[in-house]
Write a protein that binds this ligand. Structure first.
Ligand code: GLN
Length: 485
């Protein structure tokens, strides 16, 4: 077992027992980055100096006998769409390739307050639009289980970094599946919190009514710990909820007896690969054998989720991305004749193909004459989708499904067919439309590639998600597998 393979809670124990310093620990992560980053390319920016500096300050605290929190001195990678004061933040877009934020996102401030070190900023699909990280303006990130395959997206860099031991845990953002789907492709744990549970202040907005920041980890315990650190109300985000953050680590109980788990039949229907379905069915049987009640149920409006999402998300994106005009910050085209020409050239040279596609879709859906037919209609269908979940949760504590229809696909396989690419989020998108929490963790392997299981929960009931995921983990060993790179 190598140092970089340890979980945050194992590292924490070594730190407080003074068997290891945070500096040694962080150096082992940077050695690992040195060894594999050429193949994986998880990071857009590596921040070694500031990470080691913070590590040394945590070491001084430990030496002075101060009590440290569970993530103090532990490397946490951050997706490059979250602002880091003084450190370039690009959203993997050319238009922000030279953007250095004057402030940090709330989640980053919370990590800093917790004493975490930040080894770097991770690659993503440009502005978080995509499911493979192939839409990054800079380079592709590889799946550590097979470098010919995608890590998923859009938080592919964070998922790959955690999977490969280039970070211990990481932050991602999830608008339609961008934490859960890459977690599933890389065989790690990823959780999308309830909408409003984690502040979005300083998250570069894609679709504001759907975006949420959440944790990646190699086990459920670390996932709960990181979630606890980043959750809570923030006055600077008007959509952040006022609620008391539960002690999520207290939910880590190895017991699902009496839990009622519904499996929406629409999420197991055509399009789900047979080997994925088989792995999910084995997980259903395991839950049953551990004392949960597992039965099929229905979310009848599921077939409308994808079209609804692809109206609402681009509509919000077209508005959010209007600010990138070459005026205040970011990329500005050279050689322009007037201000309109400057807007046009900066935007057409600064944005990539998928981002332009979304801006056009969204602008169309919001334009006069189409607004009612598309955008307003989509909002109504969104309510129907949410009501499906409300009804299901009257009967069940949790819902269970595959995270994605297939394991990780190869580079280039779907990039020329946007619809095919969009379909890889078919099981995750409804969760964002409803605003409920969802978690993905490994439930098996197909040809040496991980398969993810998704659990969905009631609003602000991350505790039950974590408990059920933890119980699964305690009774299986998939999370202990480490890729050979
Ligand atoms: N793949 C989906 C999209 O392209 C979801 C992305 C995300 O969750 N950020 O919009």
């Amino acid at each position: 077992m190598q140092l970089y393979q340890l979980t945050a809670h194992e590292m924490h124990d070594l730190l407080i027992n003074k068997e290891l310093s945070s500096e040694e620990l962080n150096n082992s992560i940077f050695d690992r980055i040195e060894a594999v980053e050429d193949k994986i390319k998880a990071f857009v920016t590596i921040t070694k100096e500031s990470a080691l500096e913070r590590a040394r300050s945590v070491d001084r605290q430990i030496q002075a006998g101060e009590k440290i929190g569970p993530l103090a001195g532990i490397p946490v990678a951050v997706k490059d769409n979250m602002c880091t004061k003084g450190v370039r933040t690009t959203a993997s877009s050319k238009i922000l390739s030279n953007f250095v934020p004057p402030y940090s996102a709330t989640v980053v401030e919370k990590l800093e307050a917790a004493g975490s070190t930040i080894p770097g900023k991770t690659n993503l699909d440009e502005f978080a639009m995509g499911s493979s990280t192939e839409n990054s303006a800079f380079f592709h990130t590889s799946n550590p289980w097979d470098i010919q395959r995608v890590p998923g997206g859009s938080s592919g860099g964070s998922a790959a970094a955690v999977c490969a031991g280039e970070a211990v845990v990481a932050l991602g953002s999830d608008t339609g599946g961008s934490i859960r789907q890459p977690a599933s492709f890389c065989g790690v744990v990823g959780l999308k919190p309830t909408y409003g549970a984690v502040s979005r202040y300083g998250l570069i907005a894609f679709a504001s009514s759907l975006d949420q920041i959440g944790p990646f980890a190699r086990d459920v315990t670390d996932c709960a710990t990181l979630l606890e650190v980043i959750s809570g109300h923030d006055d600077r985000d008007s959509t952040s909820a006022s609620y008391k953050v539960p002690e999520f680590t207290a939910s880590l109980i190895n017991d699902v007896r009496g839990l009622k788990i519904g499996v929406p039949e629409e999420f197991m229907a055509k399009g789900i690969g047979p080997e994925v379905r088989a792995a999910v069915e084995r997980a259903m049987s395991l839950y049953e054998s551990m004392g949960a009640v597992v039965e099929y149920t229905t979310l009848p409006h599921t077939e409308y989720a994808l079209p609804t999402y692809y109206i609402i998300a681009p509509a919000e994106a077209s508005s959010n991305l209007a600010r990138y005009d070459g005026v205040r910050y970011g990329f500005r085209a050279a050689e322009v004749v007037d201000v309109i020409d400057m807007f046009m050239k900066s935007r057409s040279q600064g944005f990539g193909t998928e981002v332009k596609r979304r801006i056009m879709l969204g602008t169309y859906a919001l334009s006069a004459g189409y607004y009612d037919a598309y955008y307003l209609k989509a909002l109504k269908v969104r309510t129907l989708i949410k009501q499906d979940f409300d009804r299901a949760f009257e009967k069940y504590d949790l819902l269970l499904s595959p995270t994605s229809p297939t394991p990780a696909f190869r580079f280039g396989e779907k990039i020329d067919d946007p619809l095919e690419m969009y379909l890889s989020d078919i099981c995750t998108i409804s969760v964002n439309l409803a605003g409920i929490p969802g978690i993905s963790f490994s439930c098996g392997f197909v040809d040496n590639m991980p398969v993810g299981l998704q659990l969905m929960g009631k609003y602000f009931d991350e505790g039950t998600l974590l408990r059920a995921a933890y119980t699964f983990e305690q009774n299986t060993s998939y999370h202990k597998e480490f890729p050979k790179i």
